[in-house]
Ligand binder design. Sequence first.
Ligand code: ATP
Ligand code: MG
Length: 560
Amino acid sequence: MSTETKSLNFLEHIIEEDLKNGLDKNKLRFRFPPEPNGYLHIGHAKSICLNFGLGLRYAAPVNLRFDDTNPDKEEQEYVDAIKADIEWLGFSWAKECYASDYFQQLYNWAVMLIEKGKAYVDSQTSTDIASQKGTPSQSGTESPYRNRSVSENLALFEAMKNGTYPNGTHVLRAKIDMASSNMLMRDPILYRVLNKPHHRTGNSWCIYPMYDWAHGQSDYIEQVSHSICTLEFMMHRELYEWFIEHVYDSKTLPQPPKQREFARLNLSYTIMSKRKLLQLVNQKHVSGWDDPRMPTLSGMRRRGYTPEAIRKFAETVGVAKRDNVIDVSLLEFCVREDLNKSAPRVMAVLDPVKLVITNYPEDAEEWLDAENNPEDETAGSRKVPFSNTLYIEREDFLEEANKKFFRLTLGKEVRLKNAYIIKGEKLVKDAAGNILEIHATFDPDSRSGSGTEASLRKVKGTLHWVSVKHAIKTEVRLYDRLFLNESPDGHKGKDFLEFLNPDSLQLIDAYAEPSLQTAKPGDRFQFQRIGYFCVDKDSNTQKLVFNKTVGLRDSWAKMQ
Ligand code: ATP
Ligand code: MG
């Protein structure tokens, strides 16, 4: 078996089978169909990578189709954000389509169904209709309006369209089978009256099509070959096919689309319903859709995640037939792997304590060579300033350290990254016993890269540092999981908000090497020995703001 064949997922197997059975390769066409009622999240990214991935594999067009059939919740802001996110992920669509562009065609087809005796206007309340649905084991009850004449149905439907009726007064239903074992086939609703302007069609329509009616027919109009959706739509497939069969016209639109289902992406510690994400935004639990703690693509972008990492994650997760939950640390792993290759290294101290090098001349400074990225030969190097007073990380010093502590303590040597070997000598404390300064001496012959015997000496620990007088003070935003529970969504009787982590955001001041002065929003770095950070859009000329993207190691797993 070639690697090509081995890596086929089950959807690709279905497509290969269709091609073998005579489907013309040039007729392959896919789509990504978001509803513009929120920002895209990592689950959507899975679907985008899948559909656009199929497009790339088969050199087939992929449409971006806005499923904009519900003016109650949809807005232009979301349309714009969705387009920006897909482009950022690195994909380009063949055509930008809108279900709302098909409203007239959908209406014409509905009229045709009425004429064929396959649809009728029901004038009952939604409560009455629901009460007649039956149960999976018990047939539903036919509506008293089910046998209205074609002409009466046509007249009512037209009046619905013309805005004659208030919301909720009539619906158009398909006349299928109230005894079907598939509840969705029990005379599903095609249209409802909704007197509300639409973000694209304005006041043209007073009736709006339901998802099942709009979606499949939009696929058909666009001549999509494979309409890929998530498993919840498995039961909808029968209805999808019923609708296509009843509007099918081999002359104008020869290719009936085929719906196939895959398992949606679920991530631990993560909410992925747009309704709930909107709730987090509206109730100000987060700063907005692009809050770096949000599972949205805009949040992840702001946090410093790369499109490459997200695509790699989607590929690693694969395409499953059954629902499962993916550990969010897999996503973080992919981010870390990618940033390790691309992020320039810099030094910054998040929890500073002063280190004074007593035998280094007080007003001297030197600019030492520092490699930008050991993983990338082309990344070059920069200069970092050294002086007699530095900041190091408070946790990198211990007064009473055991043998396994390889960082700084009194009487022992460590290397300062890109600089010298130093030895802890003495502490200056305040009255309460807090360490104010650590005094150390340095070995002038030990400079990194100088090639001297002293510089090649092996010492166990290496610390990052910044020179106090050269350091720039920055704001750093440290993030923890937004939810403390693995499945915030999965507890009956409990609201997901109960699991919000009250400490998911921590603001600190940090000190960074001066090379960061020119960093721009969106730039990503590795703060050596700490993690990956990216410049936030809240930065200004007075103050840089950094978001912590992810730590160098998976500290969460260790804490559990
Ligand atoms: P939500 O429940 O978050 O509102 P949705 O499915 O209603 O999501 P849509 O805008 O309708 O959101 O989704 C667009 C496409 O993305 C659909 O094809 C849908 O199947 C897919 N999609 C949405 N969520 C996921 C997910 N978690 N995993 C994989 N695909 C998803
Ligand atoms: Mg949806």
